[in-house]
Design a protein around this ligand. Sequence first.
Ligand SMILES: *Cc1c(COP(=O)(O)O)cnc(C)c1O
Length: 398
Amino acid sequence: MVTAILPTYARAELAFERGEGARVYTVDGEEFLDFSAGIAVNSLGHAHPHLVAALNEQAGKLWHTSNAYRIPQQERLAERLREATFADTMFFTNSGTEAIECAVKMARRYHFSKGAPERFRLITFEGAFHGRTLAAIAAGGQAKYLEGFGPATQGFDQVPFGDLDAVRKAIGPETAGILIEPIQGEGGLRVAPPQLLRDLRALCDEHGLLLIFDEIQCGVARTGHLFAHEASGVTPDIMAIAKGIGGGFPIGACLATEEAGSGMVAGTHGSTFGGNPLACAVGNAVLDVVLEDGFLERVQNIGLRLRQGLAELQDAHPGAIAEIRGDGLMLGIRCNSVENRAVLAALRDERMLAVAAGDNVVRLLPPLVIDENDVADALARLDRAFTVAESALTGDAA
Ligand SMILES: *Cc1c(COP(=O)(O)O)cnc(C)c1O
């Protein structure tokens, strides 16, 4: 008989009961070091007092009203994000994939409203991940996510990651824009070089296209910048965010310039739950912390410490580790002789959580509030896990 929960996930045999900072505790009381943060979601760690207080305070007042009414918490969050980013306007969602869906609709609607409804296609990149709705799996272009779900949603042209010539060739009379993750998460922590983002910006300007960034994973201070693209000096026309902005509460948003959003007039889009008072109270609380003086610098510094430690780990395991990738606290260890899954299994025995990514990468996405001790602790566990994975390979007793 089927499980009560549709068996779409390959779940680990672990269930957690509570958490504090970068530590989570199973129902049996075992402590784990959490360097996955719910896949870059628990940006401030578990049970952050400021988030708990914000959620509790709002929970006692008002949870939900619908977007038929003004929502002061949503207006405040939008004003603050507008103040802190390139954006003039935004739409709130409950998830990343809905933020992407909104971005795709917005790009199409923009050209429609300019009298060019034929311009509906987006150029995307191999290895991309944009979510699991029908448009998002078409945008991501991965066969394993598309198979069996009928004809792929039209309008996505995929080119090799980072191949500017291929982008140039893919631009045609139906092209509406370019969609890219400044750092690929699921795809294996591949960083889009700043020059690539600048070149894409120039191409978009030259051809009247919209540049769309998916910062659902790499955004909200993850790289030590409020948004990862800021390091390149270019700004997008549209940007999807989610994950870290809610710190664990489901919320996403599609941010845009006034011009890019100009086709989205009254009645063109909607969401029952998107941006409700509860979600936005938590989103504002996350911003309170990440916008504090010194927070981003701290993420940069601790990210550098972790990266240095990973470079030493690579020196200690030259056969197993091919490369360290990523930025800030979004780092990947590309494995060579060992399988990333074997390392993750060994890490679990070390009571540490991390995430797999494409390209045989072990992905580290710790809460942004980790300290030096957490880094040292993680490096020691990683060292032991790589030793175990390597010895399993040669058949030595671990
Ligand atoms: C997680 C993720 C998504 C999808 O977000 P959901 O909240 O799972 O719908 C889209 N793009 C990127 C880059 C992601 O990491």
